[in-house]
Design a protein around this ligand. Structure first.
Ligand code: PGA
Length: 228
């Protein structure tokens, strides 16, 4: 199975920066064989999803950084999963620790977001941490577990430059598979071209923040993944 690499840009980049990144990345990507070896998804700020949906290379996928816990309707400011799907969004990151921390997202909302995604045909990438994985899993209706990709996001490793020890990632990945079943499990937390090989035998892919912001860093990471 191909590894999945997701560029999570968080709240970075203006429209001109987004366009410049994409032009530069796609000119390398279209001349390469990368698509044969690695699945790449880009998660820009929601405001730029439509732009990407119109212009993106057909072999790259689009991911949303969040999704509404509600269907379409009277929910000012929210973007429903079906609206994301109509833009060609394939994945939605759900329950990222920054959403939980800064936007008070709780397990019930995460569960509702998962349901909305699955019903709209979007694959939820559910972020969990090691300490609460059982509770986080229990909150999600078990009928949806097999439809999820789970991302183990090591809190101390996110944005810190200190990636988590591979043995620990292996332990948590096993725990995740025990509670969610045999779903793909990603790792996130200071992953870059220099350390991704440590997780080659453990993870089905990686959720990448910092090392996705510069084209050269992300390109080097994608190449490293394609050589695993
Ligand atoms: P990082 O972010 O790669 O900057 O650690 C990962 C994430 O939060 O998804």
């Amino acid at each position: 199975m191909k590894k999945l690499l997701i560029a999570n840009w968080k709240s970075h980049k203006t429209l001109s920066e987004v366009s410049a990144w994409m032009d530069s990345f796609e000119s390398k990507f279209s001349k390469s064989l990368l698509a044969k070896h690695v699945d790449i998804a880009i998660a820009p700020t929601e405001a730029y999803l439509a732009q990407f949906s119109n212009e993106m290379h057909a072999e790259l996928s689009l991911a949303a950084q969040d999704v509404s816990p509600f269907p379409v309707g009277k929910y000012t400011g929210a973007t429903a999963a079906s609206q994301l799907a109509s833009l060609g969004v394939k994945y939605a990151i759900v329950g990222h620790s920054e959403r939980r921390r800064y936007f008070s997202e709780d397990n019930t909302q995460v569960a509702n977001k998962v349901r909305q995604c699955v019903e709209a045909g979007i694959i939820p990438i559910v972020c969990v941490d090691d300490e609460y994985v059982s509770t986080q899993a229990a909150a999600i209706d078990s009928e949806y577990h097999s439809k999820c990709i789970i991302a183990y996001e090591a809190l101390s490793a996110i944005g810190s430059g200190n990636n988590m020890d591979a043995a620990h990632v292996a332990e948590v990945t096993k725990l995740i598979n025990d509670v969610f079943g045999e779903v793909p499990v990603l790792y996130g937390g200071s992953v870059n071209a220099g350390n991704v090989a440590e997780y080659a035998e453990i993870s089905d892919g990686w959720l990448v923040g910092t090392a996705s912001l510069k084209v050269d860093d992300f390109w080097a990471l994608a190449l490293a993944v394609s050589n695993l």
